[in-house]
Design a protein around this ligand. Structure first.
Ligand code: FAD
Length: 362
């Protein structure tokens, strides 16, 4: 987990009210009514059910790397997901299906797959947070996303009060979203990944990564090389957590890359005339995904911009809004609004936040 240094002793009981800033990678967020630590799937279900019975629905928090929590905090309970375990549940000569407990730190799991010679998530090296949160926004980076390897998600359904396994089609995975994002109904207990038995990576799709590896797009490289190259690229952008580097006190990308239809993409090209061609990736049905970082930069918000209220754009990546140490959620959201509105004024494109905003809004 990203903030283990701030972690309290692991007990499965209630903790005294404490600032959720202690549990988020932004180091922002006010107090919760009560924080409880769940170390097994059974404890997760029992705590969530007990909170519902008390008419105080619990918020789920794992690595805290994709949440913006209000300075006022959250009134009710927070259940910290700290369940552990990685188990092979199917195995053939060519593939394994691995069941990963929700609280398993994602990057430790990725490292274990690389060591074991299981291919399929190596380009997701260095993404902070927990395995159980990866289906929530269909975590993706450097040409891979978890929707490609997830074959089942075990959930506790708060509405039906049942535990069941959902097939990928039910999860409605899409770019940085799924059925689970912005819904409190499902609590992920474990995730099944189907991985190839191979010491070679999946084909390298991402141009920047291929360049770093000195291969053509579509070629494979040893798993360990893919992992090392991804982590190095990420570190250069402040996208690997480092407690002493404020450029990493963030939620990663604050905005998703906007997906535009053909008319909106053409309008953007017209408005961008003179500053260059916006980097864009074609998607299904004629849509185009455009680089939010480029839009932000060309709207006058350079790396390091801000500085008011203890928050600023990262010095290493235009898409990361960071807490410089003395920040607040209020200041962070003010900066986010300024950027969103500035990009809209300049290019007519609306940016949407990637993290989950808890008890606050843009
Ligand atoms: C430096 C940095 C780099 C990042 N890079 C990337 C990247 O490259 N690609 C990417 O996709 N993301 C990236 N992220 C975002 C983040 O790491 C991922 O979204 C991650 O999966 C969040 O995991 P978490 O355990 O921290 O979730 P949390 O922040 O704890 O929770 C996020 C949301 O998921 C819900 N949730 C968490 N666990 C569960 C569960 N078990 N059941 C139900 N709901 C749950 C929470 O209630 C909340 O709504 C980055 C973040 C940082 C700080």
């Amino acid at each position: 987990m990203p903030d283990v240094s701030a972690e309290p002793p692991t007990t499965a009981g209630p903790l005294a009210p404490r600032a959720l800033a202690d549990f988020t990678t932004l180091r922002l967020g006010g107090p919760a009514g009560q924080v409880r630590t769940a170390e097994t799937a059974e404890q997760i279900v029992q705590m969530v059910r007990a909170a519902a019975d008390a008419d105080a629905p619990a918020m789920i928090l794992a690595g805290g790397s994709n949440v913006v929590v209000a300075d006022a905090g959250v009134p009710g309970q927070v259940v910290l997901i700290r369940s552990r375990g990685v188990e092979v549940v199917e195995s053939t000569d060519t593939e394994v299906v691995v069941r990963v407990a929700a609280g398993e730190p994602w990057d430790e799991f990725v490292a274990a797959t690389v060591d074991a010679g299981w291919s399929g998530v190596e380009c997701l090296s260095g993404v902070p947070g927990s395995a159980g949160a990866t289906p929530i926004q269909n975590v993706g980076a450097y040409g891979q996303e978890v929707a490609e390897t997830i074959v089942g998600v075990e959930v506790y359904d708060r509405v039906d009060d049942t535990v069941r396994r959902m097939a990928p089609a039910e999860c409605r995975f899409a770019y940085r979203t799924s059925l689970f994002k912005h819904s409190d109904r499902w609590v992920v207990l474990s995730v099944d990944f189907r991985l190839a038995r191979s010491t070679a990576s999946a084909p390298i799709r991402y141009a920047e990564l291929a360049r770093a590896l000195a291969v053509e797009q579509g070629e494979r490289v040893p798993l360990a090389e893919a992992r090392a190259a991804v982590r190095a690229l990420r570190a250069g952008k402040g996208m690997v957590l480092d407690p002493v580097d404020h450029d990493t006190w963030s939620v990663g990308s604050f905005f998703t890359n906007p997906v535009l239809d053909a008319a909106a993409a053409e309008s953007l090209r017209t408005r961008a005339a003179g500053v260059g061609e916006p980097p864009a990736w074609p998607g299904p049905g004629g849509v185009v995904k455009v680089s939010a970082a480029w839009l932000i930069d060309k709207s006058g918000f350079a790396k390091g911009y801000g500085g008011r209220g203890g928050v600023a754009i990262s010095g290493k990546h235009t898409l990361a809004l960071t807490n410089r140490g003395q920040g607040s959620t209020t200041a962070l959201l003010d900066l986010a609004r300024e950027i969103r509105d500035g990009v809209h004024d300049r290019f007519g494109v609306t940016l949407h936040p990637e993290p989950v905003l808890v008890n606050c809004s843009l």
